[in-house]
Write a protein that binds this ligand. Structure first.
Ligand SMILES: [Zn+2]
Length: 310
């Protein structure tokens, strides 16, 4: 009985805290037949935006549905699940996490009711184990009520680097590929064979400045291969989905990363310090990216630390 009361008071609370506008504002766009995504805001996560700052979405097959990234809060996960139910009653058989960053995984627990298989890169469980305490502390505070219900759910189906796997949604195969260290050390892409749509996770940022949490060399290498792929549609980790024939999104990110790498290398070769690098590297990119102030210095710092040992 006690549990039952707690459950109902929790449900009442979750309905009470989300204003109607937050719920109405949550919309998904169709990018190809049966493929939908919600485009995250170019903001830092906060209670008002429910942490909905990354692209998340779903693919509907003939037998079941795959969720790709579950949202930046438990509550975003619930909104995404509601959107799915407006389009299909089929079971949700997979929740794919492209990597561990909170804006991509904090909605996982909203889908446990569907008993899906959670899928990720072979290194995702280690990344989640080492970061979850820190994420819990930080995001329970940042997100407030939207965080309530969050659980860190470890992926049970893992994708090895160099061994892509196929998931079947019913006449709808998805190919999942795991990468060596790039944006993080556990990036995963999802490719829908039927529509030739590539879901990149945070290997691609559009409009919003990238956050370097892996290897600048590895990321540049990954982009050079990925950007060459012949696909119909691309859904990046942040920013609008776009026609696969367009290359601007790939080129802008590649330009940013190669600029940072070149200028950091020049400073290191001249025996310059990390402070000098932070003060000068890539500042000409400021006008091109949303949230530049929030992330650029961190990117330069990470690049310097990596490149000084070359
Ligand atoms: Zn990320």
């Amino acid at each position: 009985m006690h549990l039952l009361i707690s459950f109902f008071s929790f449900m009442a609370l979750s309905i009470a805290f989300a204003s109607e506008s937050q719920v109405n504002r949550y919309s998904v766009k169709q990018v190809a037949e049966g493929i939908f995504y919600h485009q995250g805001n170019h903001e830092e996560a906060n209670a008002e935006n429910l942490g909905a700052i990354a692209n998340v979405g779903f693919i509907i097959g003939e037998k079941c549905i795959a969720v790709i990234d579950s949202g930046g809060s438990f509550y975003e996960g619930e909104l995404l699940r509601k959107s799915i139910r407006q389009h299909s009653d089929l079971p949700i058989c997979y929740v794919i996490n492209t990597h561990v960053h909170p804006d991509h995984v904090l909605g996982n627990a909203a889908f446990t009711i569907d008993k899906p298989e959670f899928v990720g890169h072979e290194k995702l469980p280690a990344a989640m184990a080492s970061r979850q305490q820190h994420f819990a502390r930080q995001f329970s505070e940042i997100l407030g009520d939207a965080y309530k219900g969050t659980k860190f759910i470890e992926a049970g189906t893992l994708v090895q680097v160099d061994s892509p796997i196929k998931l079947e949604l019913g006449n709808r195969p998805l190919v999942l590929t795991a990468y060596t260290t790039a944006h993080t050390d556990h990036d995963l892409t999802v490719y829908d064979v039927n529509s030739s749509t590539l879901w990149t996770g945070d290997l691609l940022f559009v409009e919003r400045i990238p956050a370097l949490d892996g290897s600048i060399n590895g990321w540049i290498d990954a982009l050079e291969t990925l950007g060459e792929r012949d696909v119909e549609m691309v859904v990046p980790g942040h920013g609008p989905a776009f026609d696969g024939k367009q290359s601007k999104g790939w080129q802008d990110l590649l330009h940013y990363l190669t600029t940072v790498r070149k200028e950091v290398r020049d400073i290191i070769n001249d025996m310059g310090t990390i402070e000098e690098a932070i003060a000068s590297v890539g500042t000409q990119e400021a006008d091109k990216w949303k949230l530049f102030e929030e992330y650029h210095r961190r990117n330069v710092t990470a690049a310097y630390v990596e490149l000084e040992w070359e």
